[in-house]
Write a protein that binds this ligand. Structure first.
Ligand code: DC
Length: 675
């Protein structure tokens, strides 16, 4: 996840490859409960690993379901052996539901029908979330549920039901507070339908029908065919009983898929296209109908039960006029696709946009205009005409209003024909539904090397370049290349292999350097094969060995490709003495960091003392001056500032001040203004 204040997306050119999307939360927890109520074992693939699903799994285990493995392991299915619709006589448990509404409501219904003595509680916020309408509905049947705290709210005490007075009249439930109440009844009442029809009647307008649709579809896969009369009356026919489908895939979130469907339509011009794993054309989620809209704009979409492949069809895209009432969330993605259309696109019947995370009509209007589009907004529509020519596009800093969907759909503007970068403010807002959205996007996007920015930070030993490079990379969300570490690694690997570190062995050492099994992890640790060598690389001996191997031209040549390979989306900060001169000569910002020998000696002294290593400041200074002289005068890659680098003497500055200066220089080079 990017938690920087902004994320600059370089101009992107092409998309190709496969993305696996995270499983849908609402489908995950429904499937778990249905599997638990069924007869037989269900193998559940692609279960979402989240707080809500963990709560549900834990509760099911407490109730006696065999769950294997006991916790969710990425990439592994979960096997659940169901209860065959019965609990052992005298079953009892205290279940903690955290803040998982998708576990609390359905379990309340299922347990009060199954029978037993149960207490269900949650975090304080859960005890403020209403459940009274569901309890009222269940009491009509003869279920015994008591409030342990405030009436109408959890925690609850459930006791064995008394169904002796159960009549044939319909169970009534309110539909206008939360569709979860109806979902909970629909999943619990098949347990009572062995010998009689069970009828449920919705009181008031039913909200969130697409969610009830998901419930009905999943019930069907577990053997329960509910008769739906106009979303007002539902009948579970006599003789219904739960049967495991054997295997089931939890679909990925269809709204999240819309960004990658759009990506394929805009930028997948190869045969491979963009493949989405986790959701298919026959998805039970309402937003899957986004595919129809994308096709109307020109996308070529094919798919199977659990995958989609999208390729660019018509180009430019075709402008459309569409009533978007059936896909309110995914329709936002159409608004950015409209930037690439051959005319004016109108999205209508979207009044609900105004009452979402933000006023989405206003937000989209403002931000699309920043990019150069001509936009008209109405109470319940938006009309978008793309920038007339490449020259009419502007580099924009997109405000995201703490709205995940604004951030995700504007990432598509990075394909603009003007080759301009796009700045997304507060990129972490995507965490609401898709924390790794930008990582997934970058993994299937390509662009010309020159579009991926590199900031070079060079300078003499102990100038603080490593620290500053890391700070700057962190602030921008860029990758980091510590090139010195590569020479240190080569020195370490060569000396371990028993090689002399001299010119006579340079071909051997270079061969080793070319094959270095190096890995930098997210915690800034450095691995050589399976060994964590972070500390070993910091030793004085490592430094000496690095200094020797780095003087060998064949070794420098051998490390060239490895260093270039760090230039990846969204950008790179490269630290080392020849970054701006040899490896990335076209980098748009090069900084040459210096500090007086006295100052550097003092910094290194402090550093050593803090590690408990005794040191003499005068000796350190003499050492540094000698190293400077050697580095500047050596014939191979001598230490010298690139001609176009900006000099920064950090002697009198703190780390924060130096980093702020580098970032300010970077900002001046960006097309977004002072932001
Ligand atoms: O920055 P450092 O102390 O980790 O560098 C280790 C050695 O590698 C040092 O002697 C300089 C050399 N080096 C180099 O020649 N070229 C680079 N790009 C980086 C480091």
């Amino acid at each position: 996840m990017y938690s920087t204040t902004f994320l600059d997306l370089p101009a992107l050119a092409q998309a190709q490859g496969t993305v696996s999307l995270p499983g849908s939360k609402s489908i995950s927890n429904r499937v778990l409960l249905l599997a638990a109520l069924s007869q037989g074992t269900t193998v559940v693939h692609d279960l979402l690993d989240s707080d809500d699903t963990r709560v549900m799994l834990q509760a099911l285990q407490q109730l006696g379901c065999a769950v294997e493995p006991a916790a969710i392991v990425p990439g592994q299915p979960v096997r659940i052996t169901g209860l065959s619709g019965r609990l052992p006589a005298g079953a009892s448990a205290r279940l903690f539901m955290g803040n998982a509404g998708t576990a609390m409501r359905p379990l309340t219904a299922a347990l009060s029908v199954l029978g037993g003595d149960f207490q269900l509680s949650g975090v304080p916020r859960m005890h403020e979330r209403p459940i009274g309408d569901l309890v009222d509905a269940l009491r009509q049947l003869g279920c015994r549920i008591d409030y342990l705290g405030n009436p109408g709210f959890p925690p609850l005490h459930i006791q064995p039901p008394d169904f002796s007075a159960l009549q044939d009249q319909p169970i009534q439930v309110r539909g206008d507070v939360s569709s979860q109440f109806l979902t909970s009844l629909l999943m619990a009442l098949p347990l009572l339908a062995a010998t009689r029809d069970i009828r449920i009647e919705v009181v008031g307008e039913l909200i969130s029908k697409p969610y009830i649709h998901i419930t009905l579809e999943l019930l069907a896969r577990f053997g329960i065919a509910v008769h739906n009369e106009d979303w007002q009356r539902f009948t579970i026919p006599a003789g219904s009983h739960y049967r495991s489908p054997g295997e089931i895939h939890v679909e990925a979130d269809a709204s999240s898929a819309s960004y990658f469907i759009a990506l394929g339509a805009i930028a997948a011009d190869s045969a491979e296209g963009v493949r989405i794993l986790g959701v298919g054309q026959d998805s039970i989620q309402g937003d899957i109908r986004f595919i129809e809209a994308a096709r109307a704009m020109g996308a070529e979409v094919e798919g199977g039960p659990n995958w989609l492949r999208i390729r660019r069809g018509a180009w430019p895209l075709k402008a459309i006029s569409l009533d978007c009432n059936h896909i309110p969330d995914a329709a936002m993605t159409l608004a950015t696709m409209a930037l690439y259309a051959d005319g004016t696109t109108t999205l209508s019947n979207i009044a609900s946009w105004r009452v979402k995370e933000t006023d989405r009509i206003a937000a989209m209007t403002l931000e699309l205009r920043k990019l150069g589009a001509v936009v008209e907004e109405g109470a319940d529509y938006i009309r978008i005409t793309p920038p007339a020519t490449g020259a009419d596009w502007h580099a924009a800093s997109i405000h995201t209003y703490d709205d995940h969907r604004v951030a995700m759909c504007f990432s598509l503007a990075a394909f603009n024909p003007a080759g301009l970068p796009v700045r997304i403010e507060d990129p972490k807002c995507v965490a609401k539904t898709f924390p790794d959205y930008f990582e997934a996007l970058f993994s299937v996007c390509a662009t010309a090397r020159e579009h991926i920015p590199v900031i070079c930070i060079d300078g003499p030993t102990a100038s603080g370049k490593g620290t500053i490079a890391a700070e700057v990379a962190q602030a921008l969300g860029y990758h980091l290349l510590d090139s010195g570490a590569l020479y240190r690694l080569t020195g370490l690997a060569a000396s371990r292999a028993g090689m002399e570190l001299d010119e006579a062995h340079s071909a051997q050492i270079a061969a080793l350097a070319r094959e270095l099994p190096v890995r930098f992890d997210a915690e800034q640790r450095i691995w050589l094969g399976n060994e964590d060598v972070t500390l070993a690389l910091r030793s004085e001996e490592s430094g000496m060995n690095a200094s020797r191997v780095s003087a060998l031209p064949a070794v420098r040549e051998a490390l060239m490709d490895l260093q270039l390979s760090f230039q990846q989306l969204p950008g790179l900060v490269a630290d080392g003495r020849d970054m701006g001169t040899v490896i990335f000569p076209h980098a748009p910002l090069k900084v040459y960091l210096s500090a007086s020998a006295a100052c550097r000696a003092e910094r290194r002294h402090k550093q050593l003392i803090s590690k408990g290593i005794a040191a003499n400041i005068d000796a350190l200074r003499a050492d540094l001056e000698a190293r400077d002289a050697r580095d500047m005068n050596r014939s191979v890659a001598p230490l010298k500032p690139a001609q176009d680098s900006l000099l920064l003497d950090s002697s009198a500055l703190s780390i924060e001040e130096v980093a702020a200066q580098v970032l300010a220089w970077w900002q001046e080079r960006r097309p977004f203004g002072r932001g």
